[in-house]
Design a protein around this ligand. Structure first.
Ligand SMILES: NC(=O)c1ccc[n+]([C@@H]2O[C@H](COP(=O)([O-])OP(=O)(O)OC[C@H]3O[C@@H](n4cnc5c(N)ncnc54)[C@H](OP(=O)(O)O)[C@@H]3O)[C@@H](O)[C@H]2O)c1
Length: 236
C-alpha cells in the first residue's frame, strides 16, 4: 500500500509512519512534514528503510505547499491507498481572553488543511482499487459536542476546530462517496506527545497500534463513522 501521513515529524504522525514501515515491506510511506531537513528522526528512518520512506515537504496551512506535495508524490506513485490527515495545532486558551488570530490559525491548520490536502490527493486516491482507498481524519474527543457538554475541559479554539473538522469530513464524505473512497474520523485517545503531555493515558505505540487495527477492517459500510482508538463509536 502507498500511505501518506501529514504532521509526521513527531508524535502520533511519526509513530504511524514507523508502524506502517514495520508492518510490511510492501508499504511505501510518504511522511509529510514542514521541514524535512530538520526532521532528524524521519531522516534516521529513511537511512534504515530507504526508498520505502519518502520525506515530503508539506505545510497543511498553505495551499501552495499542499499542491507541490501532491505533485511530488504523483511523480513517484500512480496511486495512494491511505491518506492520514494527522497534522494539527493546539493552543491552551480559555474564554477569558479570546484571540481571533489563534482561532483562525487553528481553524486553518486543523479544519481547512485536511480538506485541502484530501482534495489535492484525490486524483491519486481515485486510482486505488475501487472501494479500498480511505481518508483518515485524526480528530479528537475535544471535537465532540456531547463530550464537551459532559466534560468541558478542552481548549475552546482547538475544540471548535475539531468539531469543524468532523463536520467538514462529513461534507467531504458526501462529495466523494460515488468515487468509492471512504472518509473515517478518529480520536486517538489521550496520548503522551508534545500535544497530549506526559500525564496522558496512552503511549503513542498503544494509540497508533489500536487505530491501525481498526483501519484494517474499514469498509464503506462504516463510511463517515467517528471511532476511538479501540473501535468504539464516539458521540458527535
Ligand atoms: N496527543 C493527544 O492526546 C491527542 C488527543 C486527541 C487528538 N489528537 C490529535 O492527534 C494528532 C496528532 O497529535 P500529536 O499529539 O502527535 O501532536 P504533536 O505532538 O503536537 O505533533 C503535531 C504534528 O503536527 C505537525 N504540524 C503542526 N502544524 C502543521 C502544519 N501547518 N503543517 C504540517 N504539519 C503541522 C507538527 O509539525 P512540527 O513538528 O513541524 O511542529 C507535528 O509533527 C492531531 O490531529 C491531534 O489534534 C491528539
Amino acid at each position: 500500500m502507498n500511505i501518506l501521513v501529514t504532521g509526521a515529524n513527531r508524535g502520533i504522525g511519526l509513530e504511524i509512519v514507523r508502524q506502517y514501515l514495520e508492518e510490511s515491506d510492501a508499504h511505501r510511506v510518504f511522511a509529510g512534514c514542514r521541514n524535512p531537513e530538520k526532521a532528524s528522526t524521519l531522516q534516521a528512518c529513511k537511512a534504515e528503510y530507504g526508498d520505502r520512506l519518502e520525506l515530503v515537504t508539506l505545510d497543511v496551512g498553505y495551499s501552495d505547499s499542499i499542491d507541490l506535495a501532491a505533485a511530488e508524490v504523483a511523480e513517484q506513485v500512480v496511486q495512494l491507498d491511505i491518506l492520514i490527515n494527522n497534522a494539527a495545532v493546539m493552543t491552551q486558551d480559555d474564554l477569558s481572553s479570546i484571540d481571533p488570530e489563534i482561532y483562525l490559525e487553528t481553524y486553518k491548520v486543523n479544519t481547512v488543511g485536511p480538506l485541502l490536502v484530501s482534495m489535492a490527493f484525490l486524483p491519486l486516491l481515485e486510482k486505488a482499487e475501487t472501494g479500498t482507498a480511505r481518508i483518515i481524519m485524526i480528530s479528537s474527543r475535544a471535537g465532540s459536542i456531547q463530550f464537551s457538554k459532559e466534560v468541558g475541559l478542552i481548549y475552546p479554539s482547538y475544540g471548535a476546530s475539531k468539531a469543524g473538522l468532523n463536520m467538514a469530513s462529513i461534507h467531504l464524505m458526501n462529495t466523494i462517496k460515488d468515487k468509492g473512497i471512504g472518509v473515517y474520523i478518529m480520536t486517538p485517545g489521550w496520548v503522551r506527545t508534545d500535544m497530549g503531555g506526559s500525564n496522558a493515558d496512552l503511549s503513542v505505540e498503544e494509540s497508533v497500534g489500536g487505530m491501525m487495527q481498526i483501519w484494517k477492517d474499514l469498509d464503506l459500510s462504516k463510511n463517515g463513522a467517528f471511532f476511538d482508538h479501540q473501535g468504539n463509536l464516539v458521540d458527535w
